[in-house]
Design a protein around this ligand. Structure first.
Ligand SMILES: CC(C)(COP(=O)(O)OP(=O)(O)OC[C@H]1O[C@@H](n2cnc3c(N)ncnc32)[C@H](O)[C@@H]1OP(=O)(O)O)[C@@H](O)C(=O)NCCC(=O)NCCS
Length: 324
């Protein structure tokens, strides 16, 4: 059993397996590849794997600082395949991350742990992490979804002169991407618990628009004359015939008019037309508007995650998913 640096050439499939043992929505291999490939100036990433006696990857650890985050802030996570727990590998992954974080002068760590995993919660608490908020996923069968009860809302949105279309209708050029970034940034500020700085445009353009999953037709938008007033982004996950509703937001002055509902119905149509049988979404438990909206559409809630944080004077790591 050993810990070594992750090798993107050989380990991405195994890393996806480890992460998917804990993630609420599927993480596909291409997404893991992108975690490695995306290294703009200022991003710091340390990724390790744990191997068993046969040399097979059974665990994964990551410590990441995004370029636009405050100095010293890192996201840290380690996890093991469930059958590899209880053999000290999680602790070793954590110790390796701790050493790295110490060298990098980390001062604030964030992490996450499933709300149905008491062993990992205890470990996180033991290592000084505190719960800052709770999020949960929910899913909808696109095949069973019936939009009949929402036809009046769709007609009402159209009647107000709001057009629901996609970035593809605007050609996905630089101007469209600027507008897409702006509506995302303005609405993301109102997500409960989202206190960090806005994602800068250059990061948005590379990380989102440059990602393998980005499709202009899957970036649904609500437009009032020339103004982009709402957004709803869908990530297709073709390997699993699923899709993920990444973000939905409507500008403050346009809320309460059925626009988010109309966008989310278009997202369901888009996902279904592109082979997704299930559409996932994820949101903070205290996001009353989104929780109510998803319930209204028939999304089925799933187990969630506690988001964690820890201030460190002398850098130590703590992790969510390790054996006790
Ligand atoms: C969540 C958000 C997208 C809703 O947009 P909206 O256009 O105002 O929503 P709609 O008008 O389409 O509302 C549709 C339904 O959602 C629910 N809803 C919307 N706002 C609500 C609120 N403030 N409180 C309770 N329920 C609400 C209601 O069921 C409503 O139907 P009803 O009006 O018939 O009761 C918007 O508040 C927003 O942009 N918030 C910030 C970004 C965010 O948190 N996004 C979610 C990230 S996961």
């Amino acid at each position: 059993m050993s810990i070594r640096l992750a090798n993107p050439g050989t380990d991405v499939r195994s890393i996806a397996d480890v992460v998917n043992a804990y993630e609420l929505a599927p993480v596909e291999i291409d997404m893991v590849k992108q975690w490695f490939d995306y290294m703009p100036p200022g991003r710091i990433a340390h990724r390790t794997v744990a191997t068993d006696e046969a040399g097979l990857v059974v665990g994964y650890g990551a410590a990441v600082h995004e370029a636009w985050w405050p100095e010293g802030e890192f996201y840290v996570w380690v996890g093991l395949l469930p059958e590899a727990r209880g053999r000290g590998l999680g602790r070793r992954l954590a110790e390796d991350a701790q050493l790295f974080l110490k060298q990098r002068g980390a001062s604030l760590l964030t992490s996450e742990v499933r709300d149905d995993d008491p062993v990992s919660q205890r470990f996180a608490r033991h290592n000084g992490f505190e719960v800052t908020s709770h999020t949960f996923s929910s899913f909808l069968s696109t095949e069973a979804f019936d939009e009949t009860p929402f036809r009046a809302t769709l007609a009402g949105v159209e009647f107000q002169g709001i057009r629901v279309c996609s970035v593809a209708d605007f050609g996905d050029g630089p101007e469209a991407r600027r507008a897409l970034h702006e509506v995302n940034a303005l609405t993301s500020r109102d997500i409960p618990g989202n206190e960090g700085p806005d994602m800068p445009f250059d990061v948005f353009e590379t990380w989102i628009c440059g990602s393998d999953w980005y499709r202009p037709a899957g970036q649904l938008i609500a437009v009032d004359k020339a103004r982009w007033v709402g957004v709803c982004a869908v990530q297709l996950l073709p390997q699993s015939q699923k899709a993920y509703n990444v973000m939905t937001g409507v500008l403050r002055e346009y809320r309460g008019r059925g626009i988010a509902l109309a966008l989310k119905i278009m997202a369901i149509r888009y996902a279904r037309e592109h082979g997704a049988r299930v559409l996932y979404t994820s949101n903070a438990s205290n996001n009353a508007a989104m929780v109510a909206l998803n319930r209204k559409l028939g999304y089925q809630p799933q187990p969630g995650k506690y988001l964690l944080a820890k201030s460190v004077i002398e850098a130590q790591t703590s992790v969510a998913q390790v054996e006790a």
